[in-house]
Design a binder for this molecule. Structure first.
Ligand SMILES: [Zn+2]
Length: 467
């Protein structure tokens, strides 16, 4: 089946086919490692994870490069305020970032280049832009890209220059469309940079943020590659500037397809520290939510739709996952371990077809989840009639879907998530039933029920579910 995605450059849904080697070459803008990443950042990384998983689901290979911005306005400010070297300051947040990705079951990228390891590549690219006459050195030793010299400037953000007041120059890494102007490729050293700086043909200084991604993406993926993604905030100016830098230097198309994911809001509001609704992943884990519950909420919404993150959604995710777990658990009991895998029942084949159609239609994850729950419903209804080999085949369909979604537990009984105190009551009850003490067994069932769990008995013993 053909995979189609919405291309921000053409503003159309188009087939995604690899330029070479059956491999999609993907560049994803990574974190600026000056703080712990927040849940809005992880929305973008979770979207990119689903994207790479769908590429693989379709039998294509993926080569993903995600940069680590470890030198920019924010990291320098943080390191100098903390009074530690820049590399020490950013290392803490790099390590934290990788730990967080694991918690969310996000597949690692193939390459994680750090900006400070690629300063020579950036200097080369800036030199090339000066040679081509699209960049110039200013009186203070900084180098700027002259946007008026590059005719394609504005094609991603669809900026209409004729109706735009363009500012003269902008040194800051981030700015809005009202301040379109020549942007910094290389920033001359200033007092506030402290010990941070590198020597260059234009004197001591540091790269601008945008040049980093052009230099590193082309180094690892080639001058023209398949796909580049990021949050919608990155579209302008960052991605617009990446295109200008790369295409002005090479004279070739930089990236064929651009994809952007929409904003995340918390309880309907823009996330901000002052509003008290700013959450890092760590904050949510500390509140007792599991990584896969958070992942479920992040990937359940369509990536181009705004996502309103609320605690009620996390609670709903927990219930939905329990429903899936119970079904998978029952199928595993029926299939046994290492038993034969039979023909896939028609309902499971159909669910998988709906699922494939959904993920290939611009990553329609809400529809993909609907197909998964249709499978849960049908499988639950068929449990009494499925043979062990058919149960194994249905399980294989769940596994195939989970190569994209990454939220299902396999090989673990539902009881694995039961809190210790409930488990202790279950153990006592199992002992009572073994001793045929039915009064005590019933009393314990009521005690477990009062704590919010319901217990059922079957040939295989007790199963417990959250009420
Ligand atoms: Zn970038």
């Amino acid at each position: 089946m053909e995979m189609k995605v919405f291309n921000s450059l053409t503003r159309r849904v188009e087939p995604l086919t690899p330029l070479a080697d059956n491999t999609i070459r993907l560049y994803t803008c990574g974190p600026t490692v000056y703080n712990f990443a927040h849940i809005g950042n992880f929305r973008a990384y979770a979207f990119e994870d689903v994207l790479r998983r769908v590429v693989q689901f379709n039998g294509m290979k993926i080569r993903q490069v995600m940069n680590l911005t470890d030198v920019d306005d924010k990291t320098i400010r943080g390191a100098n305020a903390a009074g530690v070297p820049l590399t020490d300051y950013t290392k803490t947040y790099k390590d934290a970032f990788f730990a967080d990705l694991k918690k969310l079951n996000i597949q690692p990228a193939e390459v994680y280049p750090a900006a400070t390891d690629h300063i020579p590549e950036m200097i080369d690219l800036v030199s090339k832009l000066i040679e081509k006459g699209v960049a110039y050195k200013s009186e203070d030793g900084s180098v700027y890209f002259a946007v008026r010299k590059f005719p394609g400037y504005g094609k991603l953000a669809h900026i209409d220059f004729d109706h735009q007041q363009t500012g003269a120059r902008c040194a800051a890494d981030e700015y809005d469309k009202e301040n379109v102007g020549d942007f910094a490729l290389w920033k001359a050293w200033e007092d506030s940079d402290g010990p941070v700086g590198w020597d260059s043909p234009w004197g001591r200084g540091r790269p601008g943020w945008h040049i980093e991604c052009s230099a590193m993406s082309m180094k690892y993926l080639g001058e023209t590659f398949d796909l580049h993604t990021g949050g919608i905030d990155n579209l302008f100016p960052h991605h617009e500037n990446e295109i200008a830098q790369a295409e002005a230097a090479t004279g070739k198309e930089f990236v064929r397809t651009w994809m952007h994911c929409a904003h995340l809001r918390v309880n309907g509001e823009k996330m901000s520290k002052s509003a008290g609704n700013f959450f890092t992943l760590r904050d949510l884990l500390e509140k007792g939510y599991a990584g896969r519950e958070i992942r479920y909420v992040l990937v359940n919404a369509h990536y181009r739709q705004g996502l309103n993150f609320a605690f009620s959604a996390l609670d709903d995710a927990r219930k939905s996952l329990e429903r899936i777990d119970r079904c998978v658990d029952a199928l595993q009991r029926l299939a046994g371990s290492n038993g034969p895998v039979g023909d896939t029942p028609e309902f499971a084949t159909q669910a998988l077809e709906s699922f494939s159609a959904a993920v290939n239609d611009d990553l329609n994850t809400p529809k993909a989840f609907a197909a998964l729950f249709e499978l849960v419903r049908e499988a639950n209804g068929a449990l009494a009639t499925l043979t062990p080999a058919q149960a194994a085949a249905v399980l294989a369909v769940f596994q195939r879907m989970d190569t994209v979604l990454g939220v299902i537990f396999f090989g673990k009984a539902v009881v694995a998530e039961v809190p210790a105190e409930i488990q202790a009551l279950l153990d006592k009850r199992a002992a009572a039933r073994k001793a045929k003490d039915w009064a005590e067994s019933d009393r314990l069932r009521d005690e477990i029920a009062a704590a919010g769990w319901s217990v059922k008995d079957s040939r295989d013993g007790q199963t417990v579910t959250r009420k």
